[in-house]
Each structure stands twice: as C-alpha cells, then as structure tokens.
Design a protein around this ligand. Structure first.
Ligand code: ADP
Ligand code: MG
Length: 355
C-alpha cells in the first residue's frame, strides 16, 4: 500500500496562560494524515482533540501558544508539490491560503458557523467567490450541486432558505457543503454529529464516507465516542491528557488494543446486543493538566498501573509498523497483562458481527 502523507505533525506542544498558571494542553503529539484516509482522534472531553486541530487551522485562542513542533502540510499547486509548515504562516496567510480553501473545518454546532441573516445559497457561494473569484453563475451552479451531493432535496429552493428554516441535520449538511465548496484537500470534522440524534448521526457519517469515496479527500474526524469511529476510521489515535496514548489502524485499535485507557474506552462503548448490561465507565476523572506531577498522567485511574507509572512517563512502544501504545505494560520486563476478559469476549462478538 502506497500511502501519501498529507499532514505530518511532529513534537507538537501547546500551552495556555490562565489565571491559575500555564496549562500544558498538548504534550509532544506526533501524528500523520494520509491521502484519502480518515484519521479519527478519540478521547474524553478535555483530552486536547480540539486544541490539536485548532493548531492545524491556526485558530488557537489568544492565550494559547505553540511551544514546540511542526505541522507539515503537503499539497499540489498546479504540477508543483508544496511542503509547508503551517506553524510558520501568519494568521493572515492561513486565512488567505489555507483555511477554507485547502483545509476546511466542520464544527459540532452548525449554528456557530452559519450566518443567521444570510440565505444558505449565498453562504455556500461566498468561499468560491472570495478564494477563487468564481463567476456568480458558476458558483451558483456549484452550490446547487453541493447541496445535492450532501443529500438536500429541492436544492434550488433551499438556496434561498435561512439557517433557522432548516432542521439541525439539514444545517449540518449545509455546513459540510460550505466546507467542501473550495475543494479542500483536508476536511476536519470536530464532533460534527454530537448534537444530533442517533439516526441523523448515522446518516451524516455515511455522507462523509461517501463524499470521501467520491472525492479522495483526507478527513480528520474527532469524537469522544469510539463507537462512531468504527464506521468511519482508517486510522485511530487515542488521546489522554494532551498526549497520544495509542494509535493504530482501526482494526488494531478495535481488535487488539494494548493501552488500559483504550480498554476502558472500548468497555464503555454502548453494546447494542446486551442492552440491559450496566455500562462500564473509566473510574476517576480526567486529568488536571495544571497539577502535572511525575509519572504517567493516567496512573491514578489505571487499574493495571505498575510502580514505574508513578515515577516515569511511558514512551511509545511499537506493536506493529502501524500500531503504537504508550504503556509500560508493553515493556519487555512488565508482567504479562491481558485485557479484561469481558472486553475480550466483547471484541470476539464485534469481530463475528463484522465478518
Ligand atoms: P477536547 O478533547 O474536549 O476537544 P480541548 O482540546 O478543547 O479538549 O481542550 C483540551 C484542554 O486544553 C482543556 O482541558 C483545557 O484545559 C485546555 N484549554 C483549551 N482551550 C483553552 C483556553 N482557551 N484557555 C485555557 N485552557 C484551555
Ligand atoms: Mg473538543
């Protein structure tokens, strides 16, 4: 398989100045996005998923600062292949050359990205008009096509609608149409379905998958729900307290997880078969990034923690060419520690269903 790198994040660290002190929200993230693939970033709320993608877009809030790292973006300009470290661009250059044009983002709440006072057709045409000076008639045609592509019926009539005249699911489709309007190489979806009901969530996921098949676009999909990711991801990165703690091909993360935090996330997934089962939750509360002491940030919540976890942060151990996990359990001197039996049984069930 010949995978082409589109985004390559190396050693990314970000901190925020707050009244209570510096919050080290992102700590040494290394991650790649490949052409035509979906990279899912999963983790509990507060683990650093949004901050990571905001850094890619150059839209960190004012008190945030990148303290180290590079974000290399590879794209085609005509025949030429361009490599650009996005962190070296100014906010203005990002707005003019990258945001919305080559990397587009869909947020959780469509209302925050739609203008309530402008018909949606005009909002879809705006990016093309501004980034590419597309003539009006051409932009109009393309907007109608985009609405059709995201599954909106009677597109010409909808062009004249205002956001409040559409349902939540429809609005999210419009936001996706806007994101796609300038033919970006990368689409970033930050919990795009969280506010929607389950059936509509499933349809939006299918839609993104279909668009990807047809356009070859690369997608970063963020969610706190591993269940969602099973249907969309090629590659999964699990985040905890500002670090990637495990990453691998979707099947490696779902069928052969190695990090106790990933075990917890998988165990906490609602199981459609056993609906009367009491849902597992990972004990303790998410890590407070202000009180960073010694050792692994997950140690206090980790039923499998070793003595060393309280002293030293684990490095990334390699499981396969594509699969890595930051847990001392993978050290050659660690006692053999299999995943919990209930989880093992559940994974066997998932595999059977998938076959
Ligand atoms: P999530 O994984 O839920 O998307 P975020 O990436 O939004 O989490 O946030 C990660 C952490 O970064 C938060 O727990 C918070 O401590 C910190 N953080 C994010 N934005 C700010 C900010 N503007 N000021 C201070 N801290 C912030
Ligand atoms: Mg978030």
């Amino acid at each position: 398989m010949n995978r082409e790198k589109v985004l390559s994040i190396r050693d990314l660290s970000i901190s925020f100045q707050t009244a209570a002190g510096a919050v080290n929200a992102i700590r040494g993230v290394k991650l790649d996005l490949y052409k035509g693939e979906t990279l899912a970033i999963v983790g509990e709320s507060g683990s650093g998923k949004s901050v990571t993608v905001k850094a890619i877009m150059g839209i960190l809030s004012g008190n945030g600062q990148v303290t180290s790292g590079t974000i290399d973006f590879t794209y085609k300009r005509g025949e030429e292949t361009v490599h650009q470290d996005l962190l070296k661009l100014t906010k203005r250059e990002m707005r003019r050359r990258i945001n919305g044009k080559r990397i587009a983002m869909v947020f959780q709440d469509p209302m925050t990205s739609l203008n309530p006072t402008m018909p949606i057709g005009k909002q879809i045409m705006e990016g093309m008009r501004c980034h590419y000076k597309t003539p009006k008639e051409e932009a109009y045609k393309k907007a109608v096509n985009l609405l059709t592509m995201v599954g909106i019926t009677e597109p010409e009539k909808r062009m004249r609608c205002y956001p409040h005249q559409l349902s939540g699911g429809m609005r999210q489709r419009v936001v996706i149409a806007i994101a796609l309007s300038c033919d970006p190489e990368v689409l970033i979806c930050d919990e795009p379905t969280t506010a929607l009901d389950v059936t509509i969530q499933a349809r939006i996921l299918e839609l993104i998958r279909e668009i990807q098949k047809n356009t070859g676009i690369s997608v970063i999909y963020i969610t706190h729900d591993l269940g969602v990711v099973a249907k969309v991801a090629d590659y999964v990165a699990v985040m905890y307290a500002g670090k990637i703690v495990e990453k691998g091909l979707a099947e490696e993360i779902f069928y052969d997880p190695r990090h106790p935090y990933t075990w917890g996330l998988l165990s906490a997934m609602p199981d459609l078969d056993a609906s009367d089962e009491v849902l597992y939750t990972i004990p303790g509360s998410p890590f407070n990034l202000l009180n960073k002491g010694k050792g692994d940030a997950f140690a206090d919540r980790n039923a499998y923690a070793l003595a060393i976890d309280y002293r030293l942060e684990p490095p990334m151990f390699q499981v396969t060419d594509t699969h890595y996990a930051a847990t001392w359990l993978l050290h050659k001197n660690a006692p053999p520690t299999p995943m919990p039996k209930e989880l093992k049984a559940r994974i066997l069930r998932m595999r059977k269903e998938a076959d």
